[in-house]
Design a protein around this ligand. Structure first.
Ligand code: IMP
Length: 393
């Protein structure tokens, strides 16, 4: 099993090797594999950003033929949360007052912000979220926190960043006055890494029982390769510029071969292709809210044994009935018609054509209002299996 850790920081990788060495003998920094891809941290939480990084690198590796079945891509996101500042700088810790501003200045500013705060009002903590994305798409998170108070003045030469201003009352020292060993034993990152080590042990043991992730156990040679369908299509529609669910689905789903978006992506096609990764062939059609677009109105494509007609549906009156749609599909030699527009999941044979709508991934309109999408597994002999999937509201 190989762990690819998304960091440039040599100290981090040393700590990761010390702690995770127990569960993986091959731990490399992404730069050691020549990966210079830097996912953009657009999340609102540490967990979001950690997952964006790990899932983005997994997609990159998949697209570049570098992903092995036994790979785990791991990343962390951390920062300082100051209660008196409503949790800031938080996920913006590195960017606080500007990426290039020195920590002397950042630290002095935080101390100034807390000039009227006393006692417990000075409470603050470092948080670290670690995300592990398996090659098969499974995602796991652990989190650790390291609590203290904002010091009256910066102290200590060890560590980095905000260490000189996190005062640990029970030790009477700041985090920058700890030795690296002391800090690792109690820090947010140390805790999150140890929790990840323990979690991975459990996951591997469970996988071994079920006979799936043999990769972590090279001595188990009867099973090899992960069980996955021959090819997978993710079908979504009506995201209307809100791609957060779609991103979640892509990172959770793991390997897919095709992504079909049935309209109203509203200009986010490039972003969606980027989240999906270069290795995923994406199809987009024009929706009634895709103004000034050059996207095609309809697409006909073959997958496995089937020929599919893909369209948004407003040109065929799908809000009324599916007669026009199914007739058009038939006239183009298609046995499947995929559409969106209604924001309601649907799967039925109409006039001899399998008509399907994945529902809206962002703005569902069916009774229970759960965002939805469809996954189609294509078997080796080209048959389709449909899975209508719902997200929590
Ligand atoms: P990253 O998650 O490694 O990108 O860290 C984000 C930012 O959080 C760093 O640039 C630091 O400003 C801050 N930070 C995270 N962990 C620590 C720590 O252990 N000591 C001091 N600052 C930290």
């Amino acid at each position: 099993m190989r762990i690819i850790f998304a960091t440039h920081n040599k100290n981090k990788i040393i700590e990761v090797r010390q702690i995770l060495g127990e569960v993986a003998n091959d731990i490399v920094a992404k730069s050691e594999l020549g990966i210079d891809f830097e996912p953009v941290e657009t999340g609102k939480t540490f967990a979001d950003n950690a997952e964006l990084k790990a899932a983005g690198i997994r997609s990159y590796m998949l697209a570049h033929g570098m992903l092995r079945d036994d790979d785990i891509i791991m990343s962390d996101d951390s920062g300082l949360c100051v209660n008196y500042m409503f949790g800031l700088p938080g996920i913006y810790s590195a960017r606080y007052l500007g990426e290039d501003t020195s920590y002397d200045v950042k630290n002095a500013r935080i101390i100034h912000e807390l000039r009227f705060a006393e006692g417990d009002e000075r409470a603050a903590h470092f948080t670290c979220n670690i995300c592990a994305v398996f090659a098969d798409g499974r995602v796991f998170h652990t989190e650790g926190i390291f609590e203290g108070l904002i010091a009256d003045e910066p102290k200590g030469e060890n560590g980095f960043g905000y260490d000189p201003i996190l005062y640990l009352p029970e030790l009477g020292r700041t985090s920058a006055e700890l030795t690296p060993e002391e800090k690792n034993s109690m820090s947010h990152r140390g805790k999150a890494l140890r929790a990840m080590r323990d979690l991975l042990k459990k996951v591997f043991a469970d996988d071994k029982k079920r006979g799936i992730n043999q990769a972590a156990f090279p001595e188990n040679e009867e099973v090899s390769g992960l069980v996955r369908p021959f090819q997978t299509i993710l079908v979504v529609s009506d995201s209307h510029r809100d791609d957060k669910n779609l991103k979640k689905v892509l990172s959770r789903l793991g390997m897919i071969d095709y992504l079909i978006h049935l309209g109203d992506s509203e200009g986010t096609e490039g972003m969606i292709q980027q989240y999906a990764g270069d290795g995923v062939k994406c199809y987009f059609v024009q929706g009634n809210n895709d103004f000034f677009t050059e996207l095609p109105r309809d697409i006909v494509a073959e997958f496995g044994k089937h020929k599919c007609f893909m369209t948004h549906g407003h040109y065929y009156g799908v809000n009324m009935d599916l007669n026009n749609l199914s007739e058009e599909a038939k006239s183009r030699g298609c046995d499947i018609a995929m559409f969106g527009h209604t924001h309601r999941p649907f799967l039925k044979i109409v006039n001899g054509v399998t008509c399907l709508n994945p529902g809206s991934i962002s703005y569902p309109r069916q009774m229970d209002r759960r965002p939805s999408y469809m996954v189609i597994d294509i078997s080796e002999d080209g048959e389709f299996t449909y899975h209508q999937v719902y997200l929590e509201r």
